[in-house]
Design a protein around this ligand. Structure first.
Ligand code: FAD
Length: 386
């Protein structure tokens, strides 16, 4: 019996029935609804927001949270969702990651009961969209250096500053904004219609073109005290949100690599050069075998990470290793697949270069590759070398 190239070790057999069902449902959505739109949306530098109601109807948004209209799935199911969405496009997975891990998760974890009741059902249904404003233009890797600040004035907070590279920024109803206060870094739920708040979409991106990325400007934005996320105290709370999102990214990157592998196997089987299919040459087979080796090891790594997460045993350094390994793996697979496609590989008719370009952002955001290496290095040595 021949092996499945994109599930070489039968990882599916290690999934529960519910996990398999979730994966199949999202895979069907990606194949039938998303992929027909994605290449053109990427060409047009447009996020296909018409997919949001269907993504929400699948129960994907905030799917690991309990109550408030959320599905209460486990972390492996969430990982599989990320994998399938990113098999479509990193932009789709970025939308779902930000909404779920960076907006709904902090509201659920750090918010008041009133904030949860107000926002989580709306965000789960996709009737409100959120963004996460941590990064500033002067250095995303060093968020402690943030300049955006919030001062208490009567019963309100007044926020001033700016944020850069914010996914969903210009299409958001609510922004989780991190700011310096007299008591250290805190988070605020900023309604984007508030006077003094502006979001400008960043144009001319060569990566994540089917995703909205924006700069946020806060000029004396008044936020009532009840919109402060009281439980979010210090940078460690911001990093806890990133751990959730990075976990999903580690799975998502596998999806991008799977899309490239499927495409390039098919291409090399049918592309005849020097009188034989490209797939009958030794170098091609070695390159395809190497892709399968990398994808398979990433799948096993992510599955074990998910099981640790569901047991409450996952450590941030393990997430860093997975994000670093799997995104590097996917980027290398996408680049090599692009090369094997020859000239055809440079258009959006094939998916490999689109994934390759997207992964250039994925390897940078949510902690660059270097930052994740340094997190692992810190774990090994006890020394912080940032
Ligand atoms: P820098 O921090 O300036 O890094 C530049 C280079 O220096 C990198 O190669 C880095 O690895 C390297 N470097 C950093 N520190 C060290 C060191 N100690 N030693 C050696 N090398 C080092 N942010 C949000 O808050 N919300 C979002 O929704 C969001 N979405 C994004 C979407 C996209 C498409 C992109 C591109 C970014 C997004 N970001 C978001 C920001 C992202 O998290 C940052 O880009 C990232 O953290 C890196 O910050 P930077 O771009 O300022 O690069």
């Amino acid at each position: 019996m021949s092996l499945d190239p994109v599930d070489f070790y039968d990882v599916r057999a290690l999934l529960s029935e519910e996990e398999r069902l979730v994966q199949e449902t999202v895979a069907r959505f990606v194949d039938e609804k998303a992929l027909p739109l994605i290449p053109k949306a990427f060409d047009d530098h447009r996020f296909p927001s018409e997919l949001v109601p269907e993504i929400a109807a699948l129960g994907v948004l905030g799917c690991t949270l309990e109550g408030y209209g959320c599905a209460g799935l486990n972390s492996v199911a969430y990982g599989l969702i990320c994998q399938e969405l990113e098999r479509g496009d990193s932009g789709l997975r970025s939308f779902a990651s930000v909404q779920s891990s960076l907006v709904m998760w902090p509201i659920y974890t750090f918010g008041s009961e009133e904030q949860k009741r107000r926002w989580l059902p709306l965000l789960a249904r996709g009737e409100a969209i959120g963004c996460y404003g941590l990064t500033e233009a002067h250095g995303g890797s060093d968020p402690n250096a943030m300049k955006t600040h919030a001062h208490k004035q009567g019963g309100d907070w007044v926020l001033n500053g700016s944020k850069m590279w914010i996914t969903n920024g210009s299409i958001s109803d609510v922004a989780v904004v991190w700011a310096q206060t007299d008591d250290g870094i805190r988070a605020f739920l900023v309604e984007t219609k508030s006077p003094g708040f502006q979001a400008h979409e960043i144009e001319r991106k060569l990566s994540l073109r089917a995703s909205v990325t924006s700069a946020l400007f806060l000029d004396g934005v008044r936020v009532p005290d009840e919109n402060a996320l009281l439980g979010a105290i210090g940078l460690k709370s911001a990093l806890a949100c990133l751990t959730q999102a990075r976990y999903g990214i580690s799975w998502g990157a596998i999806g991008a690599a799977i899309a490239c592998l499927r495409e390039v196997i098919e291409f090399t089987r049918t592309r005849v050069l020097f009188g034989r299919p490209l797939a009958r040459t030794q170098t091609t087979q070695r390159r395809l075998a190497d892709m399968v080796r990398r994808i398979t090891t990433s799948q096993l790594l992510s599955l074990q990470l998910g099981r640790l997460k569901d047991q409450g045993r996952m450590q941030p350094a393990q997430v860093s290793l997975a994000k670093w390994n799997n995104v590097r793996m996917a980027l290398d697979v996408a680049r090599d697949a692009r090369d094997l496609l020859g000239g055809s590989g440079i258009t959006t008719e094939y998916c490999s270069m689109r994934h390759m370009l997207n992964l250039e952002s994925v390897i940078t955001y949510e902690g660059t590759e270097i930052i994740h290496e340094l997190v692992v290095g810190q774990e090994l040595t006890g020394f912080d070398a940032f």
